[in-house]
Design a protein around this ligand. Structure first.
Ligand code: SF4
Length: 378
């Protein structure tokens, strides 16, 4: 493949040839921003995907991992009111809700008992009534009632808001949350790390710098995190490339990102849809492109790339595993954010997930919150 690319695959933009960029990636070299942009703009997704798949095999092997988890959205009250969000409610709305710490703990306990969950992803709106003691009480309660259940908790917006409300530094907030039981921080709030895009998305809290600051502080305190990218709204291929390169820069500095997760934007019931700015989802081709370019950009620097079944469904997630992804994500019991857009997702039983992976001929294993394998499935 390195020496005899068919000419139909030759794709030149601004003097750069996609085949030479892919050869560089196959050699394990870091790409420049311009080269990542070229891949994002290219129509040769299959070729990019096959290179990403080779890199995936080299850096993490064939095994597809997943975690048995629950997503616990403890409140839908949020003061940020992003244009892309169908989940948030104003305080006083008929369907606004906020769980007490006892209710959150009870729900986490029930899922742990029933499904043997290894991770609870606790995340909600930015509810102005909740200070740090609410979260400490939730985290301590979950840790006391369960065993081996990791708390993957809070978006950067929630963390920044707590710091502002309590007049504390991000570091102090994270230290207190860690002491109360926080295991890791999910990447929520990443969207696209370009402020002009974030402005259009109406993300008034947590600009790019704020997001990266929370992540860096967490990494310095040995709290690993994920990083996300929400695509398919008002961003350009250049913005996507910048996002990946910004993430890579921080990873080179801290090494604290455990995984990358690309989310397909779901416009249903959002302000962006109502205002006619985005009417349809990006679709499967974009998912495959984002997963493949992410793998090529990160190589093994961010080892785990998720297939994002929650927004794209099982068939697309299976395909993404052949485009550079190596992790299925979670079984996701009780998630409430995506259903708010009108899209039905449902919980995924372990057996169904294992069968979906086996059907593409790959070994499958259950992992814990930190990507350690705990059980294989023959
Ligand atoms: S995405 Fe998060 S921060 Fe933005 S409105 Fe929705 S719940 Fe609030």
């Amino acid at each position: 493949m390195r020496t005899s690319q068919p000419s139909m695959l030759k794709h030149v933009i601004e003097g750069l040839d996609i085949t030479s960029v892919l050869e560089k990636a196959l050699d394990g070299d870091n790409l420049s921003l311009r080269e990542v942009e070229l891949l994002m703009k290219s129509s040769h997704s299959d070729l990019i995907g096959s290179v990403a798949d080779k890199i995936r095999r080299r850096v993490v092997g064939d095994t597809v991992t997943f975690v048995t988890n629950q997503i616990l959205n403890y409140t839908n009250v949020c003061v940020v009111k992003c244009n892309f969000c169908a989940f948030y409610r104003n305080e006083g709305d008929q369907d606004a809700y906020a769980l007490s710490p006892e209710e959150v703990v009870e729900r986490a306990y029930r899922a742990w008992k029933m499904y043997n969950t290894r991770q609870v992803l606790i995340q909600g709106g930015v509810n102005p009534n909740f200070g740090i003691e609410y979260y400490e009480s939730v985290f301590r309660g979950v840790k006391n009632r369960t065993k081996n259940l990791a708390i993957h908790g809070l978006s950067t917006s929630e963390i920044e808001f707590i710091a502002r409300k309590e007049r504390m530094s991000i570091k102090e907030v994270l230290m207190r949350l860690k002491a109360a039981g926080l295991s890791s921080v999910p990447g929520a709030g990443g969207e696209i790390l370009v402020d002009s895009v974030r402005k259009k998305l109406g993300r008034t809290l947590s600009n790019s710098e704020g997001y990266l600051r929370v992540m860096e502080e967490a990494h310095k305190l040995s709290i690993p995190t994920s990083v996300t990218m929400m695509y398919g709204h008002v961003e350009t291929p250049e913005d996507r490339a910048k996002h990946l390169m910004t993430v890579l820069d921080l990873q080179k500095k801290t090494g604290g990102f455990m995984a990358f997760i690309g989310w397909n934007f779901e416009p249903g019931n959002t302000r962006l849809e109502k205002e006619g700015k985005v009417r349809y989802t990006a679709g499967g081709a974009d998912l495959l492109k984002v997963v493949a370019v992410a793998r090529i950009t990160f190589q093994g620097m961010i080892r785990n790339i998720q297939s994002s079944w929650l927004t794209v469904g099982i068939p697309m997630a299976q395909l993404a595993l052949n485009y550079g992804a190596n992790d299925w994500g979670g079984t996701i019991f009780e998630e409430e954010v995506i259903p708010a857009t009108g899209k039905q997702v449902g919980n995924l039983r372990v057996q169904k997930l294992v069968e979906a992976v086996k059907k593409i001929g790959r070994p499958v294993a259950e992992r814990d919150n930190f990507y350690n394998i705990i059980k294989t499935f023959e």
